[in-house]
Design a protein around this ligand. Structure first.
Ligand code: KIV
Length: 294
Protein backbone atom coordinates (compact mmCIF):
# COMPACT_ATOMS: atom_id res chain seq x y z
CA UNK A 1 0.00 0.00 0.00
CA UNK A 2 1.40 3.40 -0.93
CA UNK A 3 1.54 6.02 1.85
CA UNK A 4 1.44 9.81 1.57
CA UNK A 5 5.18 9.80 2.29
CA UNK A 6 5.67 7.51 -0.73
CA UNK A 7 3.53 9.84 -2.82
CA UNK A 8 5.39 13.02 -1.88
CA UNK A 9 8.75 11.44 -2.64
CA UNK A 10 7.36 10.14 -5.95
CA UNK A 11 6.23 13.69 -6.85
CA UNK A 12 9.49 15.35 -5.83
CA UNK A 13 12.06 16.34 -8.45
CA UNK A 14 14.64 13.61 -8.98
CA UNK A 15 17.56 13.94 -6.56
CA UNK A 16 20.59 15.61 -8.08
CA UNK A 17 23.13 13.00 -9.11
CA UNK A 18 26.43 13.95 -7.53
CA UNK A 19 28.33 10.69 -7.86
CA UNK A 20 30.79 10.61 -10.75
CA UNK A 21 29.80 8.45 -13.73
CA UNK A 22 31.23 4.94 -13.65
CA UNK A 23 33.73 5.75 -16.40
CA UNK A 24 35.15 8.67 -14.38
CA UNK A 25 36.00 6.56 -11.35
CA UNK A 26 39.74 6.94 -10.79
CA UNK A 27 39.86 3.66 -8.92
CA UNK A 28 38.71 1.89 -12.09
CA UNK A 29 42.10 2.75 -13.62
CA UNK A 30 44.21 0.97 -11.02
CA UNK A 31 45.74 -2.37 -11.97
CA UNK A 32 45.42 -3.75 -8.44
CA UNK A 33 43.13 -2.31 -5.79
CA UNK A 34 45.09 -1.65 -2.63
CA UNK A 35 44.10 -0.50 0.81
CA UNK A 36 44.94 3.19 0.20
CA UNK A 37 42.70 3.25 -2.89
CA UNK A 38 39.66 2.63 -0.71
CA UNK A 39 39.96 5.78 1.37
CA UNK A 40 40.88 7.75 -1.77
CA UNK A 41 37.66 6.57 -3.41
CA UNK A 42 35.65 7.65 -0.36
CA UNK A 43 37.24 11.09 -0.40
CA UNK A 44 36.43 11.53 -4.10
CA UNK A 45 32.87 10.24 -3.67
CA UNK A 46 33.49 7.20 -5.89
CA UNK A 47 31.33 4.23 -4.96
CA UNK A 48 33.10 0.97 -4.19
CA UNK A 49 31.87 -2.48 -5.14
CA UNK A 50 32.36 -5.76 -3.32
CA UNK A 51 30.95 -9.20 -4.15
CA UNK A 52 31.47 -12.48 -2.40
CA UNK A 53 33.48 -15.19 -4.16
CA UNK A 54 34.33 -18.69 -3.00
CA UNK A 55 36.18 -20.32 -5.89
CA UNK A 56 38.57 -19.49 -8.71
CA UNK A 57 36.23 -19.76 -11.70
CA UNK A 58 33.71 -17.31 -10.24
CA UNK A 59 36.39 -15.01 -8.84
CA UNK A 60 37.92 -14.68 -12.31
CA UNK A 61 34.58 -13.59 -13.79
CA UNK A 62 33.75 -11.12 -11.00
CA UNK A 63 37.28 -9.69 -11.10
CA UNK A 64 37.12 -9.25 -14.89
CA UNK A 65 33.85 -7.34 -14.40
CA UNK A 66 35.74 -4.65 -12.48
CA UNK A 67 34.56 -5.51 -8.96
CA UNK A 68 36.78 -3.59 -6.54
CA UNK A 69 36.81 -6.14 -3.72
CA UNK A 70 36.13 -9.86 -3.56
CA UNK A 71 34.95 -11.07 -0.17
CA UNK A 72 35.63 -14.68 0.66
CA UNK A 73 32.72 -14.55 3.05
CA UNK A 74 31.93 -17.16 5.65
CA UNK A 75 28.60 -17.24 3.81
CA UNK A 76 30.62 -19.96 2.07
CA UNK A 77 28.89 -22.16 4.65
CA UNK A 78 25.30 -21.57 3.59
CA UNK A 79 25.95 -20.65 -0.04
CA UNK A 80 28.38 -23.38 -1.09
CA UNK A 81 28.71 -26.01 1.63
CA UNK A 82 25.07 -26.62 2.46
CA UNK A 83 25.21 -25.55 6.12
CA UNK A 84 22.21 -23.67 7.47
CA UNK A 85 24.29 -20.81 8.89
CA UNK A 86 27.83 -19.47 8.88
CA UNK A 87 28.55 -20.91 12.33
CA UNK A 88 29.99 -24.32 11.34
CA UNK A 89 32.49 -22.87 8.83
CA UNK A 90 36.05 -23.76 9.77
CA UNK A 91 39.30 -21.93 9.20
CA UNK A 92 40.48 -24.82 7.02
CA UNK A 93 37.45 -24.36 4.75
CA UNK A 94 38.13 -20.62 4.57
CA UNK A 95 41.77 -21.28 3.72
CA UNK A 96 40.82 -23.44 0.72
CA UNK A 97 38.31 -20.88 -0.57
CA UNK A 98 40.64 -17.93 0.01
CA UNK A 99 43.52 -19.61 -1.81
CA UNK A 100 41.26 -20.34 -4.79
CA UNK A 101 39.92 -16.78 -5.01
CA UNK A 102 43.32 -15.17 -4.49
CA UNK A 103 44.82 -17.23 -7.31
CA UNK A 104 42.18 -16.00 -9.73
CA UNK A 105 41.83 -12.34 -8.76
CA UNK A 106 44.16 -9.96 -10.53
CA UNK A 107 42.68 -6.50 -9.77
CA UNK A 108 40.27 -6.91 -6.88
CA UNK A 109 41.36 -6.59 -3.26
CA UNK A 110 40.72 -9.98 -1.66
CA UNK A 111 39.14 -9.84 1.80
CA UNK A 112 38.71 -13.10 3.75
CA UNK A 113 36.34 -13.62 6.67
CA UNK A 114 37.62 -14.91 9.98
CA UNK A 115 35.04 -17.60 10.75
CA UNK A 116 33.19 -18.03 14.03
CA UNK A 117 35.40 -19.33 16.84
CA UNK A 118 38.71 -18.28 15.31
CA UNK A 119 39.18 -14.82 16.85
CA UNK A 120 36.85 -14.27 19.80
CA UNK A 121 39.29 -15.47 22.47
CA UNK A 122 41.43 -12.41 21.87
CA UNK A 123 43.98 -10.67 19.70
CA UNK A 124 46.54 -13.51 19.76
CA UNK A 125 44.01 -16.07 18.50
CA UNK A 126 42.87 -13.60 15.83
CA UNK A 127 46.45 -13.00 14.73
CA UNK A 128 47.17 -16.72 14.33
CA UNK A 129 43.96 -17.19 12.31
CA UNK A 130 44.50 -14.11 10.17
CA UNK A 131 48.06 -15.14 9.36
CA UNK A 132 46.75 -18.39 7.84
CA UNK A 133 44.40 -16.47 5.53
CA UNK A 134 47.03 -13.88 4.58
CA UNK A 135 49.55 -16.64 3.78
CA UNK A 136 47.24 -18.08 1.12
CA UNK A 137 46.70 -14.75 -0.59
CA UNK A 138 44.16 -12.62 1.29
CA UNK A 139 44.88 -8.90 1.14
CA UNK A 140 42.79 -8.21 4.25
CA UNK A 141 40.63 -10.06 6.75
CA UNK A 142 37.13 -9.23 8.00
CA UNK A 143 35.74 -9.84 11.47
CA UNK A 144 32.42 -9.11 13.13
CA UNK A 145 31.74 -6.94 16.16
CA UNK A 146 32.07 -3.46 17.63
CA UNK A 147 34.05 -1.91 20.47
CA UNK A 148 35.08 -5.26 22.06
CA UNK A 149 37.00 -6.00 18.83
CA UNK A 150 38.98 -2.75 18.76
CA UNK A 151 42.04 -4.18 20.52
CA UNK A 152 42.13 -7.12 18.10
CA UNK A 153 41.88 -4.84 15.08
CA UNK A 154 44.73 -2.72 16.42
CA UNK A 155 46.98 -5.74 16.95
CA UNK A 156 46.32 -7.15 13.47
CA UNK A 157 46.78 -3.74 11.93
CA UNK A 158 50.06 -3.22 13.79
CA UNK A 159 51.12 -6.64 12.49
CA UNK A 160 50.54 -5.45 8.91
CA UNK A 161 47.19 -7.16 8.42
CA UNK A 162 44.46 -4.86 7.08
CA UNK A 163 41.12 -5.46 8.78
CA UNK A 164 37.58 -4.80 7.56
CA UNK A 165 35.01 -4.44 10.38
CA UNK A 166 31.42 -5.70 10.22
CA UNK A 167 28.59 -4.05 12.18
CA UNK A 168 24.81 -4.10 12.27
CA UNK A 169 23.41 -7.56 11.70
CA UNK A 170 26.39 -9.83 12.30
CA UNK A 171 25.50 -13.38 11.17
CA UNK A 172 27.91 -15.06 13.59
CA UNK A 173 25.83 -13.59 16.45
CA UNK A 174 22.48 -14.67 14.99
CA UNK A 175 21.63 -16.60 18.16
CA UNK A 176 22.24 -13.58 20.39
CA UNK A 177 20.48 -11.18 18.01
CA UNK A 178 17.39 -13.39 17.92
CA UNK A 179 17.27 -13.97 14.17
CA UNK A 180 17.77 -11.96 11.01
CA UNK A 181 16.74 -8.53 12.28
CA UNK A 182 17.51 -4.98 11.25
CA UNK A 183 19.95 -3.43 13.76
CA UNK A 184 20.39 0.18 14.89
CA UNK A 185 16.71 1.05 15.31
CA UNK A 186 16.03 3.52 18.13
CA UNK A 187 18.21 6.27 19.57
CA UNK A 188 20.28 4.07 21.91
CA UNK A 189 20.99 1.42 19.30
CA UNK A 190 21.92 4.12 16.81
CA UNK A 191 24.35 5.78 19.21
CA UNK A 192 25.86 2.39 20.05
CA UNK A 193 26.46 1.66 16.37
CA UNK A 194 28.08 5.06 15.88
CA UNK A 195 30.38 4.46 18.85
CA UNK A 196 31.26 0.99 17.49
CA UNK A 197 32.08 2.38 14.04
CA UNK A 198 34.22 5.15 15.51
CA UNK A 199 36.11 2.62 17.65
CA UNK A 200 36.78 0.32 14.68
CA UNK A 201 38.05 3.20 12.54
CA UNK A 202 40.18 4.50 15.42
CA UNK A 203 41.67 1.00 15.88
CA UNK A 204 42.74 0.96 12.23
CA UNK A 205 39.94 -0.78 10.30
CA UNK A 206 40.31 -0.06 6.57
CA UNK A 207 36.57 -0.28 5.87
CA UNK A 208 33.38 -1.20 7.72
CA UNK A 209 30.62 -3.45 6.40
CA UNK A 210 27.18 -2.29 7.59
CA UNK A 211 24.59 -5.06 7.34
CA UNK A 212 20.82 -4.53 7.70
CA UNK A 213 21.01 -1.05 9.17
CA UNK A 214 18.39 1.66 8.49
CA UNK A 215 19.53 3.97 5.71
CA UNK A 216 19.66 7.18 7.83
CA UNK A 217 21.79 5.42 10.46
CA UNK A 218 24.18 4.09 7.80
CA UNK A 219 24.36 7.60 6.35
CA UNK A 220 25.30 9.07 9.75
CA UNK A 221 28.02 6.47 10.23
CA UNK A 222 29.30 7.05 6.70
CA UNK A 223 29.64 10.77 7.40
CA UNK A 224 31.23 10.21 10.79
CA UNK A 225 34.03 7.78 9.94
CA UNK A 226 37.05 8.45 7.71
CA UNK A 227 37.07 4.94 6.22
CA UNK A 228 34.62 3.60 3.62
CA UNK A 229 31.38 2.00 4.74
CA UNK A 230 30.24 -0.92 2.60
CA UNK A 231 26.52 -1.52 2.89
CA UNK A 232 24.39 -4.62 2.54
CA UNK A 233 20.78 -3.79 3.24
CA UNK A 234 21.96 -0.41 4.54
CA UNK A 235 20.78 1.96 1.80
CA UNK A 236 22.44 3.96 -0.92
CA UNK A 237 24.33 6.44 1.25
CA UNK A 238 27.13 4.04 2.16
CA UNK A 239 30.46 4.50 0.39
CA UNK A 240 30.08 1.15 -1.33
CA UNK A 241 27.90 -1.93 -1.57
CA UNK A 242 28.41 -5.64 -1.07
CA UNK A 243 26.18 -8.54 -2.10
CA UNK A 244 26.47 -12.29 -2.01
CA UNK A 245 27.18 -13.12 -5.65
CA UNK A 246 24.66 -15.96 -5.86
CA UNK A 247 21.90 -13.59 -4.68
CA UNK A 248 22.96 -10.83 -7.07
CA UNK A 249 23.13 -13.20 -10.05
CA UNK A 250 19.84 -14.99 -9.35
CA UNK A 251 21.16 -18.44 -8.50
CA UNK A 252 18.48 -19.18 -5.93
CA UNK A 253 14.67 -19.16 -5.80
CA UNK A 254 14.55 -16.74 -2.86
CA UNK A 255 16.57 -13.60 -2.18
CA UNK A 256 16.45 -11.20 0.79
CA UNK A 257 14.43 -8.01 0.33
CA UNK A 258 17.51 -5.78 0.08
CA UNK A 259 18.97 -7.75 -2.86
CA UNK A 260 18.49 -6.82 -6.48
CA UNK A 261 18.78 -9.74 -8.92
CA UNK A 262 21.02 -8.48 -11.72
CA UNK A 263 20.74 -11.72 -13.66
CA UNK A 264 19.02 -15.08 -13.75
CA UNK A 265 22.11 -17.24 -13.95
CA UNK A 266 20.52 -20.11 -12.03
CA UNK A 267 17.75 -20.42 -14.60
CA UNK A 268 20.25 -20.12 -17.48
CA UNK A 269 22.39 -22.87 -15.93
CA UNK A 270 19.40 -25.15 -15.41
CA UNK A 271 18.34 -24.58 -19.03
CA UNK A 272 21.86 -25.36 -20.27
CA UNK A 273 21.89 -28.60 -18.24
CA UNK A 274 18.42 -29.56 -19.55
CA UNK A 275 19.56 -28.92 -23.13
CA UNK A 276 22.69 -31.02 -22.54
CA UNK A 277 20.68 -33.88 -21.02
CA UNK A 278 18.21 -33.82 -23.91
CA UNK A 279 21.01 -33.75 -26.51
CA UNK A 280 22.69 -36.78 -24.93
CA UNK A 281 19.38 -38.64 -24.66
CA UNK A 282 18.40 -38.00 -28.29
CA UNK A 283 21.89 -38.71 -29.65
CA UNK A 284 22.53 -35.23 -31.09
CA UNK A 285 25.53 -34.71 -28.77
CA UNK A 286 28.34 -35.30 -29.48
CA UNK A 287 28.02 -34.46 -33.18
CA UNK A 288 30.68 -35.03 -35.79
CA UNK A 289 32.36 -31.64 -35.04
CA UNK A 290 32.70 -32.68 -31.41
CA UNK A 291 34.19 -36.10 -32.22
CA UNK A 292 37.75 -37.04 -33.21
CA UNK A 293 38.37 -38.42 -36.69
CA UNK A 294 40.24 -41.71 -37.12
O1 KIV B 1 29.97 -13.71 4.58
C1 KIV B 1 29.42 -12.82 3.91
O2 KIV B 1 28.91 -13.07 2.80
C2 KIV B 1 29.36 -11.49 4.46
C3 KIV B 1 28.57 -10.47 3.71
C4 KIV B 1 27.13 -10.67 3.99
C5 KIV B 1 28.99 -9.09 3.99
O3 KIV B 1 29.92 -11.23 5.48
Amino acid sequence: MSTSADQSSADAAPAEVTAPAATERQIAQVKKVRVHHLVGAKQRGEKLTMLTAYDAITARILDAAGTDMLLVGDSLGNVMLGYDSTMPVTLDEMVVATRSVARAATRALVVADLPFGTYETGPEQALASAVRLMRVGANAVKLEGGRPRAQTIKLLSDAGIPVVGHLGFTPQSVNKLGGFRVQGRGEDAQEALLADAAALAEAGAIAIVLEMVPEPVAARITEAVPVPTIGIGAGVRCDGQVLVWTDMAGMTDWTPRFVRRFGEVGRALQQAAQDYNAAVHNGSFPGSAESFKA
